[in-house]
Design a protein around this ligand. Structure first.
Ligand code: 1HN
Length: 348
């Protein structure tokens, strides 16, 4: 490893001349930009406990009417990345959104892609391009880049969901913006995408003779995901992770371009050690409790808690229960990294 020259070694008038001309010498900054072996990471391995979020979110419901918020959200901001930057990891935005009975979150569309993962409550719904999608606990709802979406609540009690967006990526590209719209006309075909793409391996026949649909399936019911995980566990070796990827049923590929979504089941008493990899991730606990070690940081997790996993991190997650499975929902930026050609998994 060559010893690189420092900024201080350069004569002051030379440095001032560079600055005055908007020039920067690379060599004093090269190692920071390109560290050896492992990237430098500011993302802190951490957990947000739902017990700390929930009362503050309900308080926001009292303090701020929906009309004054548009979206009533508390953002899970990683302190290592600066709270004001609203990043859970470098690429992933995570918020917890509250909607109260009869409230509506108005129609809009934007360049970042979003998903909702329902945390609690009944009667919430999202309308995506005229299709009304029910929101039950654990359901995954897609609102891809550019599609109109608005939310409502026709039930009783608070409804809370987790928003995951690729906002940090789109914002850093100076490409993040939004358009407001009038309320959508709701087609009399609620949840039509879920009806059309009900089962893996079965497509509407006409899909075979037209270009692939970018976003054919907009709601993934948790009831189905959970049952599929339990079935998968029955045919998965003890040393393999029980994990399902949410995909586009027409292409078999990830359902959004930047962020990827998957569901993990930890069998009773199981500890998983996924390969160290170049992607960052967020883990949200649907059911169960246990411990995690993320780059040596010990975390304790339970239902509805959310964890941040930096890139290249060593991860160990243990289900504390020896009688019941635990279920996690994972968001990561592997789809973007694969497309850009630098996604890696490491041995050891
Ligand atoms: C957004 O559109 C929603 O539609 C929620 O519910 C959170 C955070 C940043 C930018 C857009 C929503 C958001 C968001």
């Amino acid at each position: 490893m060559p010893e690189l020259g420092t900024l201080e070694e350069l004569p002051l008038d030379y440095r001032n001349g560079l600055t005055a001309n908007n020039l920067v010498p690379l060599w004093p900054n090269l190692r920071a930009a390109l560290p050896y072996d492992i990237p430098s990471r500011r993302t802190r391995p951490m957990v947000w406990h739902y017990a700390d979020i929930r009362p503050r979110l309900l308080q926001a419901g009292e303090l701020t009417p929906i009309e004054k918020a548009e979206r009533r959200v508390l953002v899970l901001a990683n302190p290592g990345l600066g709270l004001e930057n609203m990043q859970a990891t470098p690429s992933i935005y995570i918020g917890m959104q509250l909607i109260l009975p009869r409230e509506t979150a108005p129609n809009h569309r934007h360049s970042p892609s979003a998903v909702r993962f329902v945390v609690e409550g009944e009667g919430g719904f999202t309308v995506v391009e005229g299709e009304k999608l029910p929101m039950e606990k654990g359901d995954l709802i897609l609102t891809p880049s550019g599609l109109w979406h608005e939310h409502g609540h026709a039930g009783a009690g608070p409804v809370v969901w987790l928003d995951a967006l690729d906002l940090p990526v789109v914002y850093s590209l100076e490409a993040s913006y939004c358009l407001d719209g009038k309320p959508q006309t709701v087609r009399n075909q609620p949840d039509a995408s879920q009806t059309r793409y009900r089962r893996a391996g079965l497509l509407p026949y006409t899909a075979l003779s037209r270009p692939r649909n970018a976003y054919p399936l907009r709601r993934f019911p948790w009831k189905e995901t959970r049952a599929a995980l339990l079935d998968l566990a029955g045919v998965t070796d003890a040393n393999e992770i029980v994990q399902l990827a949410y995909v586009n049923p027409e292409t078999g590929l990830e359902c959004l371009p930047i962020l990827g979504f998957s569901a993990i089941m930890l069998r009773p008493g199981e500890t998983i050690r996924p390969s160290r990899r170049s992607a960052s991730a967020v883990l949200h606990v649907v059911e169960g409790e246990g411990e995690a070690q993320i780059d040596g940081v010990a975390l304790t997790w339970g239902g509805q808690d959310t964890m941040a996993v930096p890139t290249h991190a060593r991860v160990e997650i243990a289900n504390r229960s020896t009688t019941r499975p635990a279920y996690l929902f994972q968001v990561d930026d592997a789809p973007m990294q694969r497309k850009l050609g630098f996604y890696e998994e490491f041995q050891g």
